[in-house]
Unconditional design. Structure first.
Length: 300
């Protein structure tokens, strides 16, 4: 029997429900700390006042990014052991729904697993607030609309567009939503849609690796149906290391020249020779500009 969904439910203690895998002790401890942090007020030094994490994230958005990245990394390790479900639904059982955090987690899960992903957390009113991200070929807002027609009393609110959407529902209705959403995913998602495909513009000649070329590309207007250029070349991996434990920093030999590259969110090493899909960016350091490759995919 084909598995079309799997719910990964993180409880308040950082335990993973709905999966057989237990994860590492270190990952569990990190998640417990995050759960505590999300439910805590933070004292302001030298005063009697505290500030809630939600307000703190509003002042310093990078804090929400850090929490989202940490949660995503833990979830992806667990989800990778489940095979390839057609959709991913997660519920984080924290007392405060941080919209930015659930959006970050949904986006990272979608990017890494190439599956529609919806992440929910409990709001102050006790309702589950969810943020979803989708892949090409699966219209997320239309999927929610079909769920609402099949289960008229299920969704309190929903909205969005093809690639991103939000929804609100009662916590007691989460299992019903999970089943209804998974049913739509099973009907709409064909094998060719679930296959990760990267459309590239092919190789890039060495003469175009120049800051002026990158700046010219950045000044163009890109969007859906007219994406920015994505190039593909076979390279030799000269060296690789982890940057901040979550990004792969690379030194590559491309067309006889050494190039710097980075793959954000990638922690697995690459083979000595590999074909990479990448975009170009300008890295400025101490007044000097150099072109680096932003890697998005690899074909080994």
């Amino acid at each position: 029997m084909e598995r079309t969904r799997r719910i990964i439910d993180l409880d308040h203690a950082g335990n993973v429900r709905g999966v057989e895998a237990q994860g590492t002790r270190a990952a569990r401890e990190r998640l417990k700390q995050l759960a505590w942090l999300l439910d805590s007020s933070i004292p302001i030094p030298g005063t009697k006042f505290t500030v809630g994490l939600e307000a703190l994230i509003g002042l310093f958005p990078f804090i929400g990014d850090l929490i989202g990245v940490a949660l995503s990394s833990f979830i992806l390790k667990e989800a990778a052991r489940l095979g390839a479900p057609k959709s991913v639904l997660l519920r984080m059982s924290f007392n405060v729904a941080l919209e930015g955090v659930v959006g970050i987690v949904a986006a990272r899960v979608k990017d890494r697993l190439h599956r529609p992903a919806f992440v929910f957390a409990r709001g102050r009113d006790g309702l589950l607030k969810g943020s979803g991200r989708s892949i090409a070929g699966f219209h997320l807002r239309d999927a929610l609309d079909l769920v609402s027609k099949r289960e008229p009393a299920l969704l309190r609110r929903f909205g969005g567009h093809a690639m991103a959407a939000g929804a609100t529902l009662a916590e007691a209705d989460f299992a019903t939503f999970a089943a209804a959403f998974a049913a739509v995913a099973g009907e709409w998602l064909a094998p060719e849609t679930l296959a990760r495909r990267v459309l590239t513009d092919g190789p890039l000649d060495a003469q175009w690796f120049a800051p002026a070329v990158v700046q010219a590309l950045e000044h163009e207007v890109w969007g859906a149906g007219f994406e920015p250029p994505l190039f593909a070349d076979e390279v030799e991996v000269v060296s690789q290391r982890l940057l901040k434990d979550k990004h792969l920093k690379l030194s590559l030999r491309h067309a006889g020249a050494l190039r710097e590259a980075i793959w954000f969110g990638r922690t697995e090493p690459l083979p000595d020779r590999v074909r990479l899909a990448y975009r170009l960016s300008v890295d400025s350091w101490q007044g000097r500009e150099r072109v680096q490759m932003l890697v998005e995919a690899a074909e080994t």
